[in-house]
Design a protein. Sequence first.
Length: 264
Amino acid sequence: MQELEHWPAAQRQAVTGIFTDIDDTLTTEGEITADALEALGALKAAGMKIVAITGRPVGWSEPFAARWPVDAIVAENGAVALLPDAASAAPRPLSKIYQQDAATRGANFARMQAVLARIERELPGAHRATDSPGRETDIAIDHSEFTQLSDAQVAAVVALMKSEGMHATVSSIHINGWYGDHNKLEGARWIVRQLWQRDLDAEMDQWVYVGDSTNDQLMFKTFANSVGVANIARFVPRLAHLPRYVTRGERGAGFTEVVRALLD
């Protein structure tokens, strides 16, 4: 990782769009700060494409998609997207699209609830995330938001999810598990096709990704313009793929640094 000041100007000038994580990247202590919200607005005013991509549930994401100046929020690690009506004033009406059809989602949901019950039954201290009622295509176990789990407990939850045939990732606050081939990267590719009928891989140098934790490392690996906000330091020992650059500020302040670097 290099400090953000080493990000070449020519690479920054080529950027036309940004993907960003939400928790502990845009938000600070669970809320978006005024500077981060203003930074989103400045990006939109400059004509940038903006997609927030998160492990949070679609239900939790709805008020933010309606009010923030974004083109979409891709939720539940790439499975579902909220698209605000660009022609309306905030709060904007939303449409919702999925990567999986309704029959697949229904079957997977039943399987996932059984796994969730098994985790809570068999792993002491493991509890579903408080935002679980808003989830449609994954499950989440809280490890740092309201419940603190040790590294060994987190590893046990991940192992149980995988033993049930699920994909599993660890964000800054939750352990997410799901059935299907989607992830943050596939969600990014999907939404670029859906919104702009374009191929993300063909224009990767025009995008930047900003994140903060282990569930962002596939994005860090894939995007040449990848940035970690400073609080990523707590996860660095567990990352096989680091972001190219890192901000001085943490969370929303770090995201604002990225925007300043792009717009300057």
